[in-house]
Structures are given as C-alpha cells and as structure tokens.
Design a protein around this ligand. Structure first.
Ligand code: BG6
Length: 484
C-alpha cells in the first residue's frame, strides 16, 4: 500500500523556544521527517527564536545535532539534511524586551502562511502575542501553537485564554495535545464513526465498563521540578486521558470538522460527574536499592505529588448512565503500554450451562506500542468432549494489515504541525474544552490539598499501588493485565 502525501503550501514557521528541549526532540526532527516525505515544501522557512546569541549557521549546527540525536536513521540522509538546513534561520529574541523583533519582522513573509509556535513558559504567552502584533509580524491569518500545560487550574487557564484572545481569534489558536495526533487515537474515530457494527452496542445497555490505561516505564527524570508541581493528574489526566475519554464516549458529530467534533467532546467533559475521593487512588514510586524513587527524582524528600493515578468516573447522559469509566496512568510501571478496553456485558442468557458469566467480548484498542485492535470473541474449544467455550482474540495489528504505511505514518507532532499549516483545528483543543477539563479536575486536586493526602507508595516496575486493584475488585471487576 502506498501512502499519499499531500504537500502543504509554503509557510514560515517561527519556533519561540527554538533551542529548547521540545524543539530539539520533537519539532525539528518531525519537520525534517515531513521534509523527507515530500510534504514540507523546499521553500518553507523555519525560524528558530530564542534568547541565546547565535547566527543562522550556529543554529543550523544545533538543528543538525538535534536531528542526529533524536531523528533516528533519518539523520543519515546527508544530502536531504543539507537541503532541510537551508530552510532554517535564527533570530535572537528578547521576549520581554525589544531585542530581535525588527529582525524577526524582516524575516517573516506575510504573503504566505505564518505560524508561531510558543514552545516557551506560559508566562511568556502574553509578551509574545503582544509583540507579534505590535511589530506587525502576525495578522488575522496567522496561527499560534501552544503546548500543555495550558494552565494549572481553571483560573490560570482562563487567564491564558484571555491573554491570547486579546490578539488572536479562537480560529487562530492551536492548543496541542499530542495524544490527539497519535495514529490510533484518530483511528478510534474512524472505527466508531466509519462502521455500523459498533454503534448499536456503544452504550450502557451493552457496555459493562471502559478502561483507559496509559502506563509508562520512564520516571520523571530531568523533569522532576516541573512534575513535582504538577503530578499525574495535571500532567496526564486533565489532558491526554481526558481526550481519550472524550473520543470514546462522545456522540457522533454531524461532520468531521473542528467545531462539530469539539462540541461533542465538550459535552462529554461537561457531563462528567464529580469524583468521590474514595474512587481515586494516588501513588508515588518508591526508591529501590538501585533506582531513585519519585522523591529523589523530584529533589523533594517530602513530596506528596502523585506519579500514578487510578480513578473511576461516570458520565451523566443517556448513553453512559450506569457505565463506569476506569482511568489509570503512572510512571515507572512494569511495561509501557496504552490501551482503551471496552468491556461488553455478558450475553443475557447462556445456553452452555456452567459457562455463564465467564466470557465477555472486549474490544481493545492499543495506542502504543504495536498499534492495533483486538476483539475478544467466545468460541468453542476445538476437539471432542462437549461444548467448552474459550475466548480468542480477533486480532488486527495495524502493522500486519497495513505494512510499511504504519512505519511511514507521521508521528503525533509531525501530523499536528502539518495540520496547523493546513489550518485544520480538528485535532486541537478549544479554549472552552480546556477550561471544562480543569473545572472537573480542580475540585479533585483541591480535595487532596485540603486533606493533605499522601500518595500510596508503589514499587518501580510494578502495576502501581495495591489500592488501584481494589478500586476494581470492590466493583467485582479487574484491570486488564498491562502487557507490551
Ligand atoms: C507528556 C507528559 O505530555 O506525555 C509526559 O508531560 C509523558 O510526562 C508523555 O511522559 C507521554 O507521551 P507518550 O507519547 O510517550 O505516551
């Protein structure tokens, strides 16, 4: 199968924070990959903007090093890399002062698509937005890309939205949640809304419960200070898991267009019931004789921040009333895997005697690694000896079914940046969505703070704290095993 790559129109992309971690790890290697795929036009311009004093050549060396370090095998394509570097420019800029803005204005070509990636601390968003306008660098057609964390609570998210709204319309603002750029996450919509098969069963009458797991093996490493202030709730649940929950639970939008999709997601978030404290388990990984624990990684021996969350929530609407959603995510767990599992109810009447209640259809959607879907079905165990039932997976690994296309698919960042250039906001969060998500998480976090709650310790390489298993057991359910 050959993928179709549709080149985007020529553009000028300014990356504020162009020497930072995200630019080096994701944005620049991602753009190079799109360049290699023939999607990025050769006359596009990528302008790094940061505080450091450097000229274009100095920045090109940094970009090249970033691609060698984070771009995998792509970096070996020397001639193409040279071509890509010709698109790269640099401006040393003072976000809070006047330095560099005239030079930037001279570089940006407003007759083309212009996009400004704010890969900087949110406290600088206002300064950047104001100066872009003051110097006439951005106009009503320009696009602004902002990263999470988008605020740390409802109040700060509202403030950020208000700051951006002073200079830009909502249609110009692209709030990135890179989970929405993942191939399987979009496939979730394709599977739900491109097939008739699932929709009649997609409700509380047939679905017993839904599990969403995002398990990571990494710890917080060099991001200890940031993470200690945020924790798994702010870092993962309020955004990534919430977006997965929305896509799995939302009503079919009337069209696949940005506002139709985002309106439906917003309704899900607004329909989420407040969560009781006994329906949440917070955990923190503990040090082992050989590995640091969270407190060591965070440099805070008394830290009460969670590196693991498991919670149960409910969506109050006709489709989902009575069907619990169980969410869990954590760092330093046994394996890295992300999965959404839709666990269907038992067949209403079992004609095979003892087997009642033992077999369930489970639709598992694996986000990473090994993207794919499995539908567990019950069949007869082969051989003589009567009717014994077993569960087997109808397995569809995307790599098997689609071959090279899966490897060649753009990663989340690449896809989302190209969507910015195309002006497609479908996979970006709207301001009201982000605010609604904070409105739901704020009381939960406030509750922990008021009660001075200490997270439960868990072993590095485990499945998280024991209490997380209890959250399910007391409902007569259990978590799916986390497997690679
Ligand atoms: C980021 C979080 O948004 O997502 C990180 O800040 C987390 O803490 C990462 O590790 C996970 O992303 P992925 O794509 O590796 O699942």
């Amino acid at each position: 199968m050959v993928s179709r790559v549709i080149p985007v129109d020529p553009f000028d992309l300014v990356i504020f924070g162009g020497t930072g971690d995200l630019a080096r790890r994701k944005i620049l290697p991602g753009l190079f990959r799109r360049f290699l795929a023939g999607q990025m036009p050769e006359d596009a311009t990528i302008i790094g903007a940061a505080r450091s004093e450097m000229d274009d050549d100095g920045y090109r060396i940094m970009v090249q090093e970033a691609i060698v370090e984070f771009g995998g095998e792509d970096a070996a394509r020397k001639a193409e890399l040279d071509g890509f570097l010709q698109c790269v420019r640099y401006v040393s800029i003072d976000a809070k002062g006047e330095g560099g803005w005239k030079e930037l204005a001279a570089l940006v070509n407003q007759s083309r698509i212009t996009a400004f990636y704010f890969s900087v601390a949110p406290s600088l968003f206002g300064d950047l937005a104001e100066r872009l306008h003051h110097h006439g660098i951005a106009d009503t057609q320009s696009r602004i890309v902002v990263e999470k964390p988008f605020g740390r609570d409802l109040v700060s998210a509202r403030e950020l939205n208000a700051v951006l709204a002073q200079h830009f319309n909502e249609t110009q603002i692209y709030r990135i949640d890179h989970y929405l750029g993942k191939e399987t996450v979009q496939n979730l919509m394709a599977v739900r809304f491109g097939n008739i098969l699932f929709e009649p069963l997609w409700n509380s009458q047939y679905v017993d419960h839904i599990q969403i797991t995002v398990a990571e093996t990494v710890g917080v490493g060099g991001r200890g200070e940031y993470y200690n202030r945020s924790g798994a709730m702010r870092d993962m649940v309020q955004n990534h898991l919430m977006q997965l929950l929305c896509l799995i639970a939302m009503e079919p939008p009337s069209r696949f267009d940005p506002d139709a999709v985002r309106d439906e997601k917003l309704k899900v978030i607004r329909a989420l019931e407040p969560v009781d404290s006994h329906e949440i388990v917070r955990g923190q990984y503990e040090k082992t004789p050989t590995e640091p624990g969270f407190r060591e990684d965070a440099g805070d021996p008394r830290s009460r921040t969670e590196s693991f969350i498991a919670l149960k929530c409910h969506i109050s609407n006709w489709r989902w009333a009575g069907t619990p959603f169980y969410l869990r995510t954590g760092k330093k767990l046994r394996v890295r895997t992300s999965e959404i599992a839709v666990v269907f109810k038992d067949a209403p009447h079992m004609i095979f005697g003892q087997e009642e209640g033992r077999h369930r259809n489970i639709l598992s959607i694996r986000l990473q690694p090994n993207e794919g879907m499995t539908l567990g079905v019950t069949i007869k165990e082969p051989g003589p000896g009567g009717m014994r039932l077993i569960d087997v997976p109808l397995d569809m690994s995307f790599a098997d079914a689609l071959g090279d296309d899966v490897d060649e698919a753009p990663d989340a960042y690449e896809r989302l940046i190209m969507d910015v250039i195309r002006g497609n906001q479908t996979l970006f969060m709207r301001g009201d969505e982000v605010e609604a998500a904070w409105a739901w998480t704020d009381p939960i976090i406030e509750g922990w703070e008021t009660r001075n709650e200490v997270p439960k310790p868990y072993d590095v390489g485990s499945n998280g704290p024991e209490d997380a298993a209890m959250l399910m057991h007391r409902d007569g359910r259990r978590w799916r095993e986390i497997r690679e």
